[in-house]
Design a binder for this molecule. Sequence first.
Ligand SMILES: C[S@@+](CC[C@H](N)C(=O)[O-])C[C@H]1O[C@@H](n2cnc3c(N)ncnc32)[C@H](O)[C@@H]1O
Length: 295
Amino acid sequence: MAAQVFNTMPFSLLYHKYMIPVSNEVTSMVLSYVEEKTNGRPLDMALDVGCGTGRYTLPLAPHFKKVLGIDICDSQINVAKRYNTANNVSYMVASAERLPVENNSVDLVSSGLAAHFFTIDKFVNESVRVLKTNGCLAAHGYHPSSEIEYRDLSHGLNTVMSEMWDTLCQQAYTTGLSEAADHMLNQYHTIYETIDLKDKKWIKDIPVKYQMSISEIFGFARSLCTCQILLEKNEKEAKQLLAQTDKSVPFGLLTLLPATLHRPGKRMRDILGEEADSAQLNFYIKHYCVLACKH
Ligand SMILES: C[S@@+](CC[C@H](N)C(=O)[O-])C[C@H]1O[C@@H](n2cnc3c(N)ncnc32)[C@H](O)[C@@H]1O
């Protein structure tokens, strides 16, 4: 299901533009772990699995001789090739359950915001197969919730956002994404438990702060695959409602969601009043990371 959603050029471009920015905290955490486990030896190869548009692939480039990003969707790979390139980075269409590299050839298998979509036992087995001795596996993601901080208006803004998260999570449970939702809600604890390596750790509740405008926050919501599924399901209703489009919302589409979401962009704009266009909100998203080393 997820793979189908990501596999159109318009959605990949939208994803590339609006998904929350890469977390430097998490990237540094992964790189420090690799450095510690490999004792500072030169690093030949990193594999970014479910690389999407290459947002987490490119930051690996300065640290490895070669980086390969793979994703099951060709539209994602095409956007990655267009926007996230470097001399030592390449991309190809391939699946997490069948990694296109040889045994014992990779220093880092990394996956950002994607492992919840994989068949986990196959992905983990494949990762262990391709890792060199002392090579590392890293899988990280974000919790589907947020905390907004903006002057004395935080409470109202958070109420709107948490209703929206609830609806999107419910959507995941009714459209074949329940396993993915479970993984995200338990901060990859099940994934951590599936990894049959002794040397592993699970880091949860990593606070990451973004400064975002309302449009960026709703752009982010719009780039979630559950939101895309909801929009596709309600296309008819959506078209009828087009006239009511709220200009603050990227692509005007979030306003077309069912009543449970009740025009969140408009509600947040109402709360912010005159500041709606200029406000930069502190937007906190919890991240988490599973790290393991093959000995
Ligand atoms: C939310 S995106 C994350 C993309 C990227 N890592 C990032 O941080 O922006 C999830 C990605 O996982 C990919 N994906 C889903 N199932 C996959 C699978 N079985 N094998 C490889 N990629 C997969 C999707 O096509 C999508 O690009």
